[in-house]
Ligand binder design. Structure first.
Ligand code: NAD
Length: 283
């Protein structure tokens, strides 16, 4: 079994981004990322801090707009519009989830798709489906990069994705189809999960349930990508896959932590640099 080491690959990508940032700065362009966070969710705050630190590391300017959970929806939209019009900002992201009283779709759709470095705007989701240029959501993008780094064959492979969210499972499905894989996608209403995972050459899991995927659900030699992030009873980070048992059966597996998580941040930075480079060509 080989570990899919996302930490090392993410560091390589960040080193490369740092070089590209330095080149852009010599051309008077400092890539800029605006992050909007609404409410006091501790996990969201941690993710935002991690993104901000990663920006610092590679020389991207980042600004955080922190808003109270009782904020008026229109105020968030107005802030986004301000960032859409700010030429020094290349990427805008709104940390999800938003408080229940706020319409997530309305907020995401307020972002200029050209600055939507999270890739959640319908324009960018459509671009993945059409396999045209756009911003790919960071987590699914990171999964594909990680698999390619290890030269794992995708074309013609049977892929089972467990979890069908708009930000992970569904875009990942399109990315695999674009690589000519055959894809099944499972969710909470899937009748017999094992019947789908057991024949897959590649199983990707993004659910948020500790121990959901057990060794009997995985065929010998399969590739397993664990995207889930959970905290166990001791407060340690763990994925959705029974790592101990599954790692004995599979050919490759991504650990949690140290697999897809670091890749997600690296791909967000990559999307931001991509946008900053467009500033150069468009401006
Ligand atoms: P979500 O809650 O939006 O979606 C969960 C999906 O899992 C849904 O499609 C649901 O139908 C499905 N599901 C729930 N229970 C199931 C079951 N028993 N069997 C099969 N499917 C089931 O979650 P999300 O935002 O996509 O996140 C999923 C997990 O991935 C979470 O643990 C989250 O923390 C993690 N995540 C990790 C990263 C990363 O960078 N590694 C990024 C985003 C999300």
């Amino acid at each position: 079994m080989i570990l899919l080491d996302g930490t090392t690959l993410a560091n390589e990508i960040k080193q490369n981004i740092k070089i590209q940032t330095e080149i852009l700065k010599k051309q008077d362009i400092t890539p800029g990322l605006a992050v909007i966070i609404v409410g006091d969710d501790i996990a969201s705050q941690t993710y935002v801090d991690m993104k901000s630190r990663a920006c610092d590391m590679v020389g991207i300017y980042s600004i955080i707009h922190k808003m109270p959970s009782n904020i008026n929806e229109q105020k968030i939209v107005d802030t986004i519009k301000m960032m859409n019009d700010n030429d020094n900002i290349d990427g805008i992201l709104v940390q999800l989830p938003l408080p229940a009283n706020i319409d997530e779709n309305k907020i995401i759709q307020a972002i200029n798709p050209q600055k939507d470095v999270d890739g959640f705007h319908p324009f960018n989701i459509g671009s993945i489906s059409l396999n045209t240029d756009g911003y790919i959501p960071a987590t699914p993008y990171g999964v594909i990069k990680l698999l390619k780094k290890y030269s794992i064959k995708l074309k013609g492979q049977n892929v089972c994705i467990v979890g069908a969210s708009n930000i992970v499972g569904k875009p990942l499905m399109s990315l695999f189809v674009n690589e000519y894989a055959t894809v099944e996608i499972c969710h909470i209403h899937t009748k017999d999960l094992k019947a789908h995972t057991i024949d897959a050459d590649i199983v990707c899991v993004a659910v948020g349930k500790i121990g959901l995927i057990t060794a009997d659900m995985i065929k010998d030699g399969a590739v397993v990508v664990d995207i889930g992030i959970n905290k166990d009873s001791d407060g340690r980070l763990t994925g959705d896959v029974d790592f101990e048992a599954v790692s004995k059966k599979c050919s490759y597996i991504s650990p949690v932590p140290g697999g897809v998580g670091p890749m997600t941040i690296a791909m967000l930075l990559e999307n931001t640099i991509k946008s900053a480079k467009k500033r150069k060509t468009d401006g």
